[in-house]
Design a protein around this ligand. Structure first.
Ligand SMILES: *[C@@H]1O[C@H](CO)[C@@H](O)[C@H](O)[C@H]1NC(C)=O
Ligand SMILES: *[C@@H]1O[C@H](CO)[C@@H](O)[C@H](O)[C@H]1NC(C)=O
Ligand SMILES: *[C@@H]1O[C@H](CO)[C@@H](O)[C@H](O)[C@H]1NC(C)=O
Ligand SMILES: *[C@@H]1O[C@H](CO)[C@@H](O)[C@H](O)[C@H]1NC(C)=O
Ligand SMILES: *[C@@H]1O[C@H](CO)[C@@H](O)[C@H](O)[C@H]1NC(C)=O
Ligand SMILES: *[C@@H]1O[C@H](CO)[C@@H](O)[C@H](O)[C@H]1NC(C)=O
Ligand SMILES: *[C@@H]1O[C@H](CO)[C@@H](O)[C@H](O)[C@H]1NC(C)=O
Ligand SMILES: *[C@@H]1O[C@H](CO)[C@@H](O)[C@H](O)[C@H]1NC(C)=O
Ligand SMILES: *[C@@H]1O[C@H](CO)[C@@H](O)[C@H](O)[C@H]1NC(C)=O
Ligand SMILES: *[C@@H]1O[C@H](CO)[C@@H](O)[C@H](O)[C@H]1NC(C)=O
Length: 498
């Protein structure tokens, strides 16, 4: 045991912990009504989201992110990987076009080369490290290598026997890739990118993993899993998987490479075969994950070492194929309306506030006044809205113009219809917002009397004409495969309690 403890202490000192942990968000674009880059950036700002990962290097998005202070991880999509891994010149061109032309205005801090390549595109395994090296040497040539890290996100399913974490190792078939990869990460001061999905671990364990473990809910001490080799206690699946990755690296003698979790989340909705994909679980997981990361708790193996994490994902992606859960990992819908309100009291400065879930219906900016008048007449007539507050001398008379009056009437109708879908349209001249339009003594129906909602919604209201960011669909198929170890982890739960 003394040997283990000594080894443990040595390992703890090996990964440095001088950087603060951050929470970022992945931005997938498989959305039929994809918000424009300007709208995306407005949402990020309103939510105080300071770190994002893109699944490509979309030019319009990178331009919109310029001079915002937002840190950006860009990606080489899997379909460009073979070209880049086989040609130094192709890699150099990619960097010139997608990186050099955007920095320093856009603060690109990392390049994710491919996505879960060993699972999604195993044929590219042999050229993966070349691709990273070529990209890196192009950065060196532009003197950008110290500020931009190069790495490649892995599925946690390449870690085998991950419980107990101390016995975890990478699938040995991939040693010819992992060993040079880890050498590269070490020599360039980069980090291991890992996707961690306790949701899949949980559902594929057939009930062996308790839901509370997956959701970071507190457990009685006698229910915590204990690694018999290290005597470390595990209270959640996320930490167990991250520690398994540290141990898998140290098994290959790499003890000083930090980990950044490039994807983690929980779906808020699923089909009938996915009963755990519900708002409550998604909210609990993401709220607890954010608190866990920002508290800098670290993991049992490396306490207080930051494991910065990108939440999967910003928007629900309605165009993704597969089970319903695939379309429902987002924190927001395409209009920027939160899918749920996270419980983040005291969590610091990400996600502007955990206050209310208010939405309002307002007249669209620039809408034709004649159409607004017609819609106003309809709402106050056949629509059965009580429009008396709009009469002269009543609280909502001022300002006396059609935009202001129709906004009042549209919203009253929308609230009286319980905000059901389609009730804030009025032939296209109305849109939903989270900004309370109440003013002075004019309280709008649905207002709880608070000013601050989740974000400043005005700028995020659906735009008059469909915007198309021109982003190609991303290639970030999550394998859905789960960490083999976690099954063993679950089996051990019954056996290894202290
Ligand atoms: C790749 O190109 C860079 C210049 O762009 C050069 O410095 C480097 O040596 C090249 N590497 C290989 C492996 O050819
Ligand atoms: C980019 O982010 C890094 C890390 O936070 C920071 O040190 C640097 O000043 C930023 N650069 C710009 C141009 O904002
Ligand atoms: C290890 O990786 C190889 C190559 O991808 C795969 O065929 C094999 O099934 C993996 N082993 C396990 C136990 O997952
Ligand atoms: C790790 O280092 C130990 C001790 O130096 C050595 O015996 C072992 O072969 C190394 N393992 C690998 C995978 O390089
Ligand atoms: C935050 O960290 C402290 C010590 O680092 C720990 O005692 C506390 O339980 C943590 N809180 C949460 C919510 O994880
Ligand atoms: C937000 O409001 C809608 C409609 O009023 C409701 O269906 C939904 O459950 C609410 N969400 C949260 C997180 O309260
Ligand atoms: C969230 O609201 C609380 C209390 O209403 C406030 O103290 C805190 O500063 C707010 N946080 C942000 C980021 O606005
Ligand atoms: C709402 O905001 C206005 C001005 O922005 C302020 O005067 C008022 O006190 C705020 N009301 C509440 C309930 O915070
Ligand atoms: C919300 O919008 C108002 C007016 O456009 C602006 O003054 C305010 O700073 C914004 N608040 C946030 C948190 O962006
Ligand atoms: C449609 O969008 C384009 C580009 O954002 C803008 O220039 C144009 O004015 C918009 N059209 C209308 C009718 O708002």
């Amino acid at each position: 045991m003394a040997v283990f403890m000594l080894l443990f202490l040595l390992l703890v000192s090996a990964v440095s912990g001088d950087e603060d942990a951050f929470i970022g968000v992945n931005i997938g674009t498989d959305i039929s009504d994809m918000p424009s880059p300007t709208e995306v950036v407005a949402l990020l700002k309103a939510q105080s989201i300071r770190y994002v990962r893109l699944y490509d290097a979309d030019r319009a998005m990178l331009l919109a992110l310029a001079n915002t202070g937002i840190h950006v991880t860009v990606s080489v999509p899997n379909d460009q990987l073979l070209g880049i891994g086989q040609s130094n010149a192709t890699a150099a061109n990619w960097v010139a076009r997608n990186i050099v032309s955007h920095v320093p205005a856009t603060n690109i801090t990392a390049i994710a080369v491919g996505s879960e390549v060993l699972n999604a595109l195993p044929n590219a395994g042999p050229i993966l490290v070349s691709a990273l090296k070529f990209i890196h040497s192009a950065l060196v040539a532009s003197n950008l290598d110290s500020q931009i890290k190069v790495s490649t996100p892995h599925s946690s399913s390449i870690i085998l026997d991950s419980f107990p974490p101390s016995q975890a190792f990478f699938n040995r078939s991939w040693d010819p890739v992992m060993v040079p990869l880890l050498k590269f990460l070490q020599s360039t001061g980069s980090y291991l990118m890992l996707n961690v999905y306790p949701y899949y671990d949980y559902i594929q364990s057939n009930g062996k993993i308790p839901l509370d473990y997956a959701l970071f809910r507190p457990l009685p001490p006698n229910k915590e899993a204990v690694d018999a080799n290290t005597l470390l206690h595990y209270t959640n699946v996320f930490d167990a998987v991250v520690d398994a990755a540290y141990f898998a690296m140290s098994y290959l003698n790499f003890t000083n490479i930090p980990i950044v979790v490039t994807e983690s989340g929980w779906p808020s909705k699923g089909d009938s075969s996915e009963p755990d994909a519900i708002v409550d679980n998604a909210n609990t997981y993401n709220s607890n994950l954010i608190k866990h990361v920002l508290n800098k708790t670290g993991t049992p193996k490396h306490p207080r070492i930051a494991v910065s994490t990108y939440i999967y994902e910003l928007y629900n992606e309605d165009l993704r194929t597969g089970p319903d859960s695939e379309k429902n990992w987002g924190l927001f819908d395409a209009n920027g309306i939160p899918v749920y309100t996270m419980h983040l009291t005291d969590a610091g400065t990400v996600f502007a506030n955990d206050t209310t879930n208010q939405t309002f219906c307002v007249a669209k900016r620039g809408a034709d006044p004649k159409m607004l008048q017609a819609a106003l007449d309809w709402a106050c007539g056949p629509g059965k809205v009580d429009c008396s507050p709009l009469l002269q001398g009543h609280p909502c008379y001022e300002p006396d113009n059609v935009v202001s009056h129709s906004t009042y009437a549209f919203n009253a109708y929308y609230q009286q219809m319980s905000k059901s879908p389609g009730t804030c349209d009025f032939k296209g001249v109305a849109s939903i917002t989270t900004t309370d339009p109440s003013h002075g003594s004019c309280r709008f129906p649905g207002s709880f009397g608070k000013n601050g909602t989740l974000f400043n919604g005005t700028s995020l209201a659906p735009s008059l004409n469909d915007t198309n960011s021109g982003c190609p669909p991303q290639y970030h198929g999550r394998s859905g495969s789960f960490t083999t170890s976690v099954i063993i982890f679950a089996l051990l739960l019954g056996a290894v309690f202290l």
